[in-house]
Design a binder for this molecule. Structure first.
Ligand code: 4AZ
Length: 534
């Protein structure tokens, strides 16, 4: 960048200019030469401006010196201009470098916050990033075979873990990092690597007693030829086959153990919504079920393994300790219509009470995949909730089709999924909300969605709309982890062991500060709702 602004007065050098140019510009009686020249050289008579210096037959010594110094000045101007351009280019490069690449050298970026950290600090059990990203994306299970993958912050990709040197202790650590309790750990096994897989995360088993993630390194060789398949919970089993031809509006009555993850969520002894068991402590439901006055966890009772609503009245059910609604849930559009309920005490799994599998990334469902819905919702539009648990098969409907002007005209957001029959007659309805939309793949049942909304029930061209569970799994795992993680936030710079200890302490402190005994809370909640204690 070159500019004339702010340069010294040598731009006012008139020595090489034709006489007429300057004589024309001078006010009458003015000295043609600036004052600063006249102080260094002999006084110049008034007629001098009328004689062009380059025409002088006997150039005076001062004129020759002036011409020479002008040349030097010109050279200096050119050199300074070039230097200025070079400086501008260098400055522009540095500005670009610092704006575009906030993390330099071997440092890696945290994510949204833009903070930088050492790769060795990623997944080391201590939070370094302002939003905790470095401890969030460490492991995941991929595809219907639960392939364990570890995230590399350097290459920003996921890699399967080679089975060489693997054992269940490592599996338990990985499951715990996803938010599962070690109590539900099921198993890990080797699965033959797919053709084309040539980069793995491998365990350095001779690394001694260091953090699991620090033992992992990238390798192109996996001696066993097997990747780790990890099951953190024995999920997705039903002890009954479904009648595929069966048809909640237009549905069939379910049998015990057929949909063992289905729960009925009660407020004031009445069924309000459905939900799905994902772990002994966590239930997935819809955010719109727990809005407003329904946001109080102590107002809810959860019934699992019971088909008939009348039977539930005589049972105690399970208390709810905490409700976490998706922070981006939107009441009007039903965007992010998902919530988690944490039970006061873990459920005991039986043939009739079991968890459904959360969908893994890479599941690849067909555009019209057969799915099933279940619930105690109304059997026709405007009807009352059903006494018995009903179920029905509904195929998925592609988002682009469901968003067409003939159907939902752009109302189906990426957090939603449509399922049902465009001809009408079969659908979910009032009271089915929060309940499961499941599919069977690789002989397991997976939670594809949670019942969310629809225009009416079973109306032609108005299919059911469900929360798109695949979009929510990261949020669900993050919240299942939250106890330990929120605690680590209390002690961000402490090593793992100490961080957890301090974390546990802050959990205890914060809970004792805010929590009253559950019975007191429940009583207060009932009083608020106008119910007298028995
Ligand atoms: C509801 O209000 C509801 N037909 C659930 C599902 C559908 C409509 C309404 C879909 O719980």
């Amino acid at each position: 960048m070159t500019s004339t602004a702010g340069l010294p007065p040598y731009y006012e050098n008139h020595g090489f200019q034709p006489e007429n140019v300057f004589s024309a510009r001078q006010p009458v009686g003015a000295n043609a030469y600036p004052q600063y020249l006249s102080t260094n050289v002999l006084p110049v008579p008034n007629y001098v401006p009328r004689v062009a210096t380059y025409q002088s037959s006997r150039p005076a010594a001062p004129s020759s010196r002036s011409s020479c110094s002008s040349s030097i000045k010109k050279i200096i101007i050119i050199i300074l201009s070039i230097l200025l351009v070079i400086c501008c280019v260098i400055a522009a490069f540095f500005i670009w470098y610092f704006v575009e690449n906030r993390c330099h050298g071997s440092l890696i970026e945290c994510g949204s916050s833009g903070a930088c950290m050492q790769p060795s600090q990623w997944c080391d059990g201590v939070i370094h990033c302002p939003n905790g990203e470095d401890e969030e994306r460490c492991v995941r299970l991929f595809g219907p075979n639960f392939i364990l993958e570890v995230y590399s912050p350097v290459s920003k990709s996921w890699y399967p873990v080679c089975q060489d040197g693997w054992n269940d202790d490592y599996g338990k650590i990985a499951c715990k990092d996803m938010g599962y309790s070690v109590d539900t750990y099921y198993y890990s096994q080797g699965i033959a690597t797919e053709v084309g897989f040539n980069s793995f995360m491998k365990l350095n088993t001779s690394a001694g007693n260091i953090d699991f993630y620090k033992k992992l390194y990238m390798s192109d060789f996996c001696v066993s030829g097997n990747m780790v398949s990890l099951r953190c919970i024995n999920c997705g089993l039903s002890n009954k086959n479904v009648n595929i031809m069966s048809r909640i509006v237009g549905g069939n009555v379910a049998s015990l153990g057929q949909w063992p993850w289905q729960v009925s969520l009660h407020v004031q002894d009445a069924h309000v919504c459905g939900g799905s068991i994902i772990t002994p402590e966590w239930i997935v439901t819809a955010a719109h079920c727990v809005e407003g006055r329904y946001a109080d966890p102590y107002g809810w009772r959860v019934y699992a393994g019971i088909l008939n609503q009348k039977e539930m009245i005589f049972r105690a059910g399970h208390g709810v300790q905490q409700i976490i609604s998706h922070p981006n849930y939107d009441t009007d559009s039903k965007d992010n219509d998902v919530a988690l309920m944490k039970l006061e005490a873990p459920l005991t799994f039986t043939d009739n009470v079991r968890p459904v599998c959360l969908p893994n990334p890479g599941m690849e469902l067909n555009p019209d995949q057969q799915c099933w819905i279940s619930g105690w919702g109304a059997e026709y539009q405007g009807g009352k909730t059903s006494e018995n648990l009903n179920y029905v098969m509904v195929p998925l409907i592609e988002r682009s089709r469901c968003n067409s002007i003939y159907i939902y005209n752009g109302m189906i957001l990426p957090t939603m999924i449509c399922a049902g029959f465009l001809g009408g007659g079969i659908d979910s309805c009032q009271g089915d909300s929060g309940g499961p939309l499941v599919t069977n793949k690789n002989s397991l049942w997976w939670l594809v969605g949670d019942t969310s909304w629809g225009t009416g029930c079973a109306t032609p061209n108005r299919p059911g709309v469900y929360g798109n569970m695949t979009v929510f799994t990261d949020w669900i795992y993050k919240n299942m982890q939250a106890g330990a993680m929120s605690c680590l936030l209390c002690a961000p710079s402490l090593p793992v062991g100490m961080g957890l200890t301090v974390a546990t302490l802050c959990m205890i402190v914060s809970r004792t500060r805010i929590e009253k005994p559950a019975a007191t809370m429940r009583q207060e909640s009932k009083e608020k709702q106008g119910i007298n204690s028995p």
